[in-house]
Each structure stands twice: as C-alpha cells, then as structure tokens.
Design a protein around this ligand. Structure first.
Ligand code: ZN
Length: 138
C-alpha cells in the first residue's frame, strides 16, 4: 500500500515535508484513499476496479498500475491542500516555521560563503605581504 506513497515522498520531498508537519508525522494514507484516483477504472488485464489503489499493483492479478510522476505529484498536492483546508491555523503555523527554517538555512549558507571568501582574501593578502617583504629584503 505504501509503494506509491514512498515514490511520492521521494519525488516531492518539499510537499511531503509539509504534509508530515501538518500530520505531526502520523500521515494516515487510508484517510486519503479517495485521492488515489489515478488508478481509477478497470485493470487492463483482469478488469478489477482500481479506484483508490495505492500499491501501484492490481490486487487481483498483480498487473502494475501505470502512474505518471506528474499524477503522483498532483495527488501529493491534493493531499496537502486538503490538510490546509482542514486546519488553516495549523497550516499558517507550519508555513511560518518552514519559512523561518528556510531563511535560517539561507543565512547559514550565506555566512559560510562569507567565511570562505574572507579566508581566500586573507590568504591572498598574506601572500602579497610575504612577497613584498621578500622583495624589500632583497
Ligand atoms: Zn488485475
């Protein structure tokens, strides 16, 4: 049952990060079965109704259900949007926290970048001074 979800998580980590935050890490796939409509319709091989299929395989005959990455992303987003509608306050809280984290990451990277630049500049300056000293002592 989690095959499709595992793939969705891999393909859409940003969306699933938010879904997990909104569900406190306790995402219940069965509550969202109705979103898995991409397998809707009969199995090509045996005719079994695949509506709500989440395993990516026909449970009757095992034929793989062909789902595009695009459809998986759409389902991921539908689930996220349903969670947003269910609890807008929680959504805003999570959105603000993720935004804060993103900013902190950017700031950290920026600071690291700055430190690296300083290091390069200092090394260049030291080399230049060294050369100057060598020149003046010759
Ligand atoms: Zn089948």
């Amino acid at each position: 049952m989690s095959d499709q979800i595992a793939m969705m998580r891999r393909e859409n980590p940003d969306v699933w990060r938010r879904i997990d935050e909104l569900c406190d890490g306790k995402f219940d796939a069965t509550a969202f079965r109705r979103f898995f409509t991409h397998g809707g319709g009969p199995c090509d091989k045996c005719g079994y109704d695949l509506m709500g299929n989440m395993s990516g395989r026909c449970p009757e005959c095992g034929t793989p259900v062909v789902v595009s990455a695009h459809a998986r992303r759409a389902v991921s987003i539908y689930i996220m949007e349903a969670l947003r509608r269910r609890d807008p306050d929680r959504w805003n809280e999570v959105a603000a926290r993720l935004e804060r984290e993103r900013l902190e990451t950017v700031n950290r990277e920026y600071a690291r970048e700055g430190a690296r630049r300083d290091e390069i500049r200092n090394k260049a300056l030291k080399n230049w001074l060294q050369r100057k000293r060598e020149q003046s002592s010759e």
